[in-house]
Design a protein around this ligand. Structure first.
Ligand code: F6R
Length: 363
């Protein structure tokens, strides 16, 4: 039941502190991530793998895109990520020692399942499913699995399923780094443990985000920008807005602005920037200057240290400080709330957006 919440989506957004804690439960020790969490054969697989192919659809694909940055940076493993509907029809070349990873809330998405079956005939060293539904087809047909433990997700727009996938993917990153003899990143482990509380703090910004949403409801387009691991978060923010509020939204890596999309920017185009304090911040800031110079309205999600001054055309939503590695996870929440409130203002069917189904079991 929805309890006191107006929609399942809102309830599920607010469940994130709890389900993220569940996704971590029993999977961490002081020595790092417990590699066996992925199955008894995981240690052998993780020790020897040389690269990873990740395949998924929609929101789950966005989680895969974040994981690429993590696996390369923290585990030194080369990664390719692709949408299942493209992957399954390609003449894929599989380098020796490649692990095949699928991501899926339902575990029944037709294209993702077909991609797994296709991959099995192509010389991968093994397959891993990161999934929210125990006993689903994807889980049954994969060699290894890690359940995301988000609990049932009723809202068609995926929220808690996505953030728990990100938790699972950070665990995968640390597990592979550990199995391959890397040193334990204790700071990230500590940060993971603190994540449920930080999510709670972000959810407390709900009414500030609801205020921001007011000025969106009349707009017809929106542009989401991020760099690095926050580019996929911008993609996810844009997808959520499209799905439930029917506002046309696009996401770009901020460095691509001047290669085309800047032509669209005027005072009718809200630009949402995911701007945590990381190595790419200074570059992102100069991209935002380009938007300002064209009269674009900016909505910036950043922490205090970022130092972007509020002006009439620049609204800043300040988030708590978070370890850089986990910022993609935390910065997802305000974007979920933003699209939720815009959709409510527009009066759409938030939990059952038009033309969409929760589980896409046909091609
Ligand atoms: C978006 C959304 C979809 C799903 C996609 C894959 O909010 O829910 O894009 O992410 O259909 O579904 P799963 O993860 O069940 O394979």
């Amino acid at each position: 039941s929805k309890g006191d919440y107006r929609h399942y989506m809102l309830k599920e957004i607010f469940e994130q502190p709890e389900v993220i804690a569940a996704a971590l439960e029993g999977r961490l020790s002081d020595e790092g991530v417990l590699v066996e969490s992925f199955g008894p054969e995981a240690v052998a697989h993780f020790q020897t793998l040389k690269q990873i192919h990740i395949v998924a659809c929609g929101t789950s694909y966005h989680a895969g895109l974040v994981a690429r940055y993590w696996l390369e940076r923290y585990a030194g493993v080369p990664v390719q990520v692709e949408v299942a509907s493209e992957y399954r029809y390609r003449q894929v070349v599989v380098p020796e020692g490649t692990l095949f990873v699928t991501l899926s809330q339902s575990g029944e998405t037709a294209d993702t399942l077909a991609a797994l079956r296709f991959a099995k005939a192509r010389g991968y060293v093994g397959s891993l499913a990161i999934c929210n539904v125990p006993g689903s087809s994807l889980v049954r047909e994969s060699d290894l699995c890690l359940m995301t433990r988000a609990g049932p997700e009723i809202g068609v727009a995926s929220t808690k399923a996505f953030t728990t996938q990100l938790v699972a993917l950070m665990l995968l990153t640390l597990a592979i780094a550990r199995a391959q003899g890397g040193k334990v990143d204790r700071e990230i482990i500590t940060a993971l443990r603190g994540l449920p509380k930080l999510c709670q703090e972000v959810l407390a910004l709900d009414s500030a985000i609801e205020n921001l949403a007011q000025s969106f409801a009349e707009k017809h387009h929106a542009l989401f920008l991020g760099r690095g691991a926050h580019f996929p978060i911008a993609l996810e923010g844009a997808l959520k807005l499209k799905e439930i509020s029917y506002i046309h939204a696009e996401a770009y890596p901020a460095g691509e602005l001047k290669h085309g999309p800047l032509a669209l920017v005027d005072s009718e185009m809200p630009v949402i920037a995911v701007a945590p304090n990381d190595d790419l911040l200074e570059k992102l800031k100069s991209n935002l200057q380009e938007v300002r110079a064209r009269g674009g309205l900016l909505y910036v999600f950043a922490d205090e240290s970022v130092g972007i001054a509020e002006e009439p055309e620049v609204q800043v939503l300040t988030l708590p400080y978070v370890h850089e590695a986990l910022a993609p996870l935390l910065y997802t929440l305000p974007l979920q709330l933003l699209s939720y409130h815009v959709a409510v203002l527009k009066g759409t069917d938030v939990d059952q957006p038009r033309n969409l189904a929760k589980s896409v079991t046909v091609e």
